[in-house]
Design a binder for this molecule. Structure first.
Ligand code: FAD
Length: 393
């Protein structure tokens, strides 16, 4: 069996590693840009949380967190011991309305039933724990508090992606710098993947893991996927602020902020204000979004951010699944040997270890063995049965 994977970002690389290492399958990964200049995996905010509103997302993040905690051992190769610098100060969701607070309470119950512990915090408790934060308008907060550490935090996603890539190669996978431009089929099965340089890669199975470009690749197989490239801006800021215990903060406005490693350094962002068009070029960072929207909101929430400077900014694509903002994982019908892992809508980096493991099981053994990823099945689109995730940032 030879599996050809289109896309060598974190999803493609994780799937390749699991296929090669756990199942002894021959794998070729086609990645059109070995520098990963536009890959979401290289432009991410790299955070991991358990505060989702759907059971499958909670379970996937728990499994992936366990993997990321031990990645230095699991993906070590002869010349590389990956250090992704995972820290777990938690996510703090704030609600400023009773409806928002009720949503946090509902999710708290679901999360707790799955072992993802969160603490619901009233304003006084928030003030005590985070004296640097203004919470007069807040009704309720929800903080990740699984033991022994919170189970939520952030890490270096680029290092994680490269670790999967290197370990996959060490396990026998081949990465080729080439752009997939089409497929050969026998009518029911894909037999090969064609590339822009005129080469052809015979395949007994194919995986489309092309991130924000997955719909374009799937179109070559006549399959429509509701996945679009939606630009998201990230701003790195510097402020004379020591935010003790600083979590990844999700403001009721949708603005997010998290500390970086160095003291006084932070990352922040927000969804776009006016529409969310496809394929906006990545060099068009919306600086007005920071000046007019993010900064005023952050300064009101954290008075120490009244004075700050933007040290850098960048943009990357969310691989947005317009159908229900969740991953599309599994068989790609009507083809008997085509699969996908795409559409993660901004939470794919944290899901890659568990999704790669599951997809490899499905391809190599015909079924999910460890964690049932059936809720992510692509068929839910045709069935009009959305898997709605309320917590998409
Ligand atoms: C600003 C931002 C913040 C984010 N924050 C988080 C976060 O906090 N936590 C989290 O979990 N996730 C986050 N994400 C989302 C996360 O980064 C993605 O879900 C994840 O990286 C997707 O990985 P991927 O491998 O599917 O896609 P990618 O990393 O984009 O990889 C796809 C690869 O496919 C290649 N490709 C495309 N077409 C072809 C072709 N025809 N032939 C060959 N190769 C092709 C591309 O070159 C690319 O390298 C964020 C994303 C952004 C942009």
């Amino acid at each position: 069996m030879t599996v050809v994977i289109v896309g060598g970002g974190v999803m493609g690389a994780a799937t390749a590693w699991h296929l090669a290492r756990a199942h002894g399958v021959a794998v070729t990964v086609l990645e059109r840009d070995a520098s990963y200049a536009m890959a979401s995996s290289a432009l991410s905010a790299c955070a991991i949380r358990q505060q989702f509103s759907t059971a499958i997302n909670i379970r996937v993040s728990q499994a992936s967190l366990a993997f990321y905690r031990t990645i230095g051992v699991t993906l070590a190769t002869a010349d590389d011991t990956p250090d992704i610098g995972l820290v777990e100060p938690g996510y703090l969701y704030l609600a400023a309305t009773e409806a928002g607070a009720q949503q946090l309470r509902d999710q708290h119950a679901l999360q707790g039933s799955l072992g993802a512990m969160t603490a619901l915090m009233l304003p006084d408790a928030l003030r005590e724990r985070y004296p640097w934060m203004h919470v007069d308008d807040v009704v309720l907060g929800s903080l990740g508090l699984s033991t022994p550490t919170s189970g939520e935090g952030w890490f270096d996603g680029y290092v994680a992606m490269q670790a999967f890539r290197k370990a996959a190669i060490a396990a026998g996978a081949t990465f080729v710098e080439a752009e997939a431009t089409g497929f050969a089929t026998d009518g029911t099965q894909v037999t090969a993947v064609h590339t822009a340089d005129g080469a052809s890669f015979p395949a007994s199975a194919v995986v489309i893991a092309a991130g924000a470009w997955s719909a374009k690749v799937a179109a070559h197989l006549g399959v429509t996927l509701p996945v679009a490239a939606r630009k998201r801006d990230v701003f790195a800021i510097e402020a004379d602020a020591e935010l003790q215990d600083g979590p990844l903060l999700i403001d009721p406005s949708g603005v997010w902020m998290r500390p970086e490693k160095a003291r006084g350094q932070f990352l922040c962002g927000a969804p776009p204000r006016d529409g969310d068009p496809d394929d906006v070029p990545l060099d068009r960072v919306d600086h007005g979004l920071f000046e007019e929207h993010i900064w005023p909101i952050l300064a009101a929430r954290i008075p120490a951010f009244d004075a700050l400077r933007v040290t850098s900014s960048w943009a990357g694509y969310y691989e947005m699944n317009d159908f229900d903002h969740n991953g599309l994982v599994g068989a790609l019908r009507p083809w008997r040997n085509a699969y996908t892992a795409c559409g993660f809508s901004g939470h794919g980096l944290q899901q890659a270890p568990a999704v790669g493991r599951g997809l490899a099981e499905l391809i190599a053994t015909g079924a999910y063995r460890t964690l049932d990823l059936a809720p992510f099945r692509v068929e839910r689109i045709a069935e009009n049965a959305p898997l709605l995730e309320k917590n998409v940032i």
